[in-house]
Design a protein around this ligand. Sequence first.
Ligand code: ARG
Length: 492
Amino acid sequence: MAGSSATAPQTAGSSDRLWGGGYGEATHPLVLRMNASVSFDRRMWHEDIVGSVAHATMLSECGLLGADDYAAILGGLRAIHADILAGQFAWSEAREDVHMNIEAALRDRIGAAAGRLHTARSRNDQVALDERLWLRRQLAAILERLAGLLEALGRSATEHHDWPMCGYTHLQRAQPVTVGHHLLAHATAFERDAARVVDCLQRQDVNPLGSGALAGTTLAIDRARTTELLGFARPSRNSLDAVGDRDHLAEALFCAALGSTHLSRVGEELVLFTSAEFGYVRLPDAFTTGSSLMPQKKNPDMAELLRAKSGRVLGDLVALLTVLKGLPLAYNKDLQEDKEPLFDGLSTWHDTLEVATPMLAAARWQKATLLGALDRGFLLATDLADALVNAGVPFRTAHEQVAALVAQLAEADKTFRTLGAKAIAQRLTLTEAQVKEVLDVRRSLRLRDVPGGPHPVRVRKEAEGLLERVAELRVQARRWAWPCPAERLLAG
Ligand code: ARG
């Protein structure tokens, strides 16, 4: 390649090409702009440099790179890393993407030796590698955020393990649960999100470097060595797949879309529960905003955004899958379009998790309002029917009798409490003592003593178990975030 470019006739305009020869004319400026991805893929600058450190180290160990050139390359990469970190790197659209910006900057800095870095490597395996390294770091950060959210929920559930509240179906008051039980329901979904992230991290733990453009290389490289330097579990098994595979990105975006969907359900509940109509929760001012017009307003904007952001993340997943659909093997430029949805989806998920955590920790549940709603909602109607069943009445009959009573009370704007145990007992052929017992919500909760049920002691134990698992999750998150050997080499 170097030979052909040296002998190629120099045509006017061919000088804007970073490398290669044989072009008859300059690239059209609009092509340059459309082709360039540096405005967004520079986000992987750290990963790109780490990948190059691993690659150069392997090349030098395999005798494909002399000691002096290796030292110059390593020194140059370190200097570029420091420049970018300090915000002193001049990114150039003409240099197309993050890979070519960094390689060209290396050439500016150390001269011809830089041309040896790309030995036995293509941008196709390079970008595949950078994305896996970026995804690993981002998913590890998301695991930390999920652990934080689960901890906040676990603590709040402990605090509210025995606070009765209405449980809902169809958003109609249904049966009593506790605030702790309700919070742990959301936590259960978030724990599944965390498990999916770990699963995704494990499956994507594969080193694509060494796959070349599509068919490996004729040079005697050592893929096991880069695998080790980059902290991957194993090298990829098929070079065509390795450069064209974006499954892990789609999986990660699915995790993000579902995780954001879970957050949207929490957001929606906070919107409802903080409204005057419910009044179950108050959010501190730090998490609400005022209205520019109406002086009395406190808007739950953050909760609304939790609700809305899931739409955008779902869009990112759909965008990526649509790019992938029907692509022939192996690399196609279409794959450059994977990055914006990937970055957007995972950053959005990360940031929503980050804001949801302190907001949920600061939510103040309103005990009196929660109890009042239980009373007006006839939440112990099923318990009354159950008491009749215990007294020998067939369940369908019991259901009818209680339903008729509730309908009458609702019509008269009364509750079980205002009618009184004595009157209820007469209507339902129960004793007054039996009815009094049934109408005690705390007793009702204690009777719901089944695994997974809202019995306050069970709820407290579940919250404790959750907090223990959070500690394990943090260990996992940190394991995935640990710097790989190439990162330590880079740091010097
Ligand atoms: N910027 C490109 C991308 O993100 C890098 C790979 C380019 N490879 C190529 N053969 N043009 O997909």
